[in-house]
Design a protein around this ligand. Structure first.
Ligand code: UDP
Ligand code: MG
Length: 330
């Protein structure tokens, strides 16, 4: 096993039902990486695709076995678990993540690496001009702002997956044992010198987004509850505030009844017990749901099940990587 030196760069790409876009990805990714003139490996993680993605990855592995490795999951575990699957196996000392749909142009990888060479251990991409629907952009902006307040994670563009991490950060993420997580945020918690660079963003080359509105809402819940207890604390604060307000109102009403009974009309206009009750019931249900989010996370952790199952790994063993007859230049 101790033959070939590890590559300097690992590129991890999660793939889920991307058959329509994969050929275009291969056609752009490999030339872009070859142009960097440093040793690299590409690790595709097939997240249980039900289309021809796995077959296409297999073909690509046969075409470039020197720099390609493919991890095939046996079911769909989600983009972030797929990235972890790649993290567990990558060998480079700098690791770049990228989407399979060409929304993150592979030609931009050099920019991230330049920032790493400048001494940063975490480089986040920020999409210069985002090519997504308007509601996705508006929702992202709102969630970015909320997340920044609730967690201490600073990310200008949480949705941008074009990011680079040091080997140490990647190892820490892989060792984290979280069942549902969000890699850019998890990695950020381990970063000593994070930075961000602007990168281009393109429209999806082919196929459709794998994220429905529901999945996006789930993701954002994970992002907040996975990294912060502030929502729970806010809830107790809200409870205290409501109690204090009720007490003050109670005192005010008593005073009013004793001394200013002729103001009755004004009070009737302002006071609507039914609406207030519904509001509070809503808040209580929301609070219960919120506690449920945390309990659910704890429950998942208690199961201690494997986070995903790998069906096959396609890789050339290090033995022949050292001296394969037709080994291409790198
Ligand atoms: N993806 C995945 N598993 C999933 C959903 C998505 O591996 O369950 C991959 C997908 O193939 C793509 C990346 O994650 O490479 C981002 O997904 P997508 O482009 O659909 O998300 P969007 O760009 O719309 O946020
Ligand atoms: Mg995409």
């Amino acid at each position: 096993m101790a033959s070939a030196a590890p590559p300097r760069l690992s590129v991890v790409i999660p793939v889920y039902n991307e058959e329509a876009g994969l050929p275009a990805l291969f056609a752009r990714l490999y030339p872009a990486l070859d142009a960097l003139s440093e040793s690299y490996e590409v690790i595709f993680v097939d997240d249980g695709s039900r289309d021809a993605s796995a077959a296409l990855l297999r073909e690509q592995f046969q075409r470039r076995p020197d720099v390609t490795r493919v991890v095939l999951f046996n079911a769909n575990y989600g983009q972030h678990m797929a990235i972890i699957g790649g993290f567990e196996r990558c060998r480079g000392d700098r690791v770049v993540t990228l989407d399979a749909d060409l929304q993150n142009p592979p030609e931009e990888i050099g920019k991230l690496l330049a920032a790493m060479d400048a001494g940063h251990d975490y480089v986040g991409g920020v999409r210069r001009q985002r090519e997504d629907s308007w509601w996705r952009r508006a929702a992202s902006r709102a969630m970015n702002a909320l997340r920044e307040r609730l967690t201490r994670i600073v990310m200008t563009d949480q949705g941008c997956m074009l990011r680079a991490y040091s080997r140490e950060i990647v190892a820490a993420c892989a060792a984290s044992h979280e069942v549902s997580t969000f890699i850019p945020a998890l990695a950020y918690t381990f970063a000593a010198r994070p930075t961000e660079v602007e990168v281009a963003h393109e429209e999806r080359a082919a196929g459709v987004s794998k994220y429905s509105l529901y999945k996006l809402i789930r993701l954002n819940f994970d992002l907040v509850t996975g990294f912060s207890l502030v929502p729970l604390q806010l809830f107790s604060m809200f409870g205290m505030l409501v109690s204090a307000l009720s007490l003050a109102t109670y005192v005010a009403i008593i005073v009013y009844r004793l001394f200013f009974a002729e103001w009755r009309g004004a009070l009737h206009v302002l006071w609507d017990r039914d609406i207030l009750t519904f509001f509070l019931i809503g808040m209580v249900l929301f609070g219960l749901g919120l506690i449920g989010e945390y309990v659910g996370r704890i429950y998942q952790q208690v199961w201690q099940r494997p986070r995903f199952m790998v069906r096959t790994v396609l890789e050339r063993d290090d033995g022949d990587a050292a001296g394969g007859a037709g080994a291409p230049p790198r």
